[in-house]
Design a protein around this ligand. Structure first.
Ligand SMILES: [Zn+2]
Length: 198
């Protein structure tokens, strides 16, 4: 899957998306394509450019009538209008979100030594949603069993929480996915901004 880096209107990296969604956002004029020289392209400009360039790092999407280059970076024009879906509740996303730590004892484990725990057990009506799932190590998991933390006399060192928007981006940056060179300056920009926020 080709990831497209999404910047907000101030050119700060905020997420990644699929090329399909990226092209759709540009087509709907919610975003512009951004090149390495910080130039921006509307859908029309990008479409025209796509017909004349021979090569493009991310390749092209072909339809019977035309082709369009897959953007590597897009910038949202009206950030507040775009909603990003919450990261899916997959095992990997949950582990990543809690930093591979057991939420009960706070220690770090490899993924094969971690379990997913429903804070309010499923048998008691606990739902599988971000605010009710945490990671736990084998030992803490055995101790907790089918009880609530209170009943088991346990405390959550790391409380359950919903991931921030940046999770998806950090997931990609920390994975083995090849990071396009065109992303680099925007990612440097991102770290710089995070430091400023602290
Ligand atoms: Zn533990």
């Amino acid at each position: 899957m080709t990831h497209v880096l999404v910047l907000n209107k101030h050119f700060v990296a905020i997420s990644v998306t699929s090329w399909r969604k990226a092209i759709k956002l540009v087509y709907l004029e919610h975003a512009d394509v951004v090149d390495e020289e910080y130039r921006t392209y509307s859908f029309k400009d990008w479409f025209e450019l796509s017909q004349v360039i021979r090569e493009h790092p991310a390749g092209f999407v072909h339809t019977p009538k035309f082709r369009i280059a897959i953007p590597e970076v897009i910038a949202l024009k009206y950030y507040e209008k775009i909603r990003f879906e919450e990261p899916r509740l997959t095992r990997k996303n949950i582990y990543e979100h809690y930093g591979y730590r057991c939420c009960y004892c706070g220690k770090k484990f490899s993924s094969d030594k971690l379990n997913i725990d429903h804070v309010l057990p499923r048998s008691r009506g606990g739902k599988t949603e971000w605010n009710n799932v945490v990671t736990s190590c084998v030992e803490c998991n055995l101790k907790k069993g089918n009880k609530t933390p209170h009943e088991a006399g346990m405390r959550l060192v790391i409380p359950p929480s919903k991931p921030q928007r940046r999770l998806k981006l950090s997931l990609v940056l920390n994975s083995n996915v090849r990071i396009p060179t065109s992303w680099q300056k925007f990612i440097d920009n991102l770290y710089w901004n995070i430091e400023l926020e602290e």
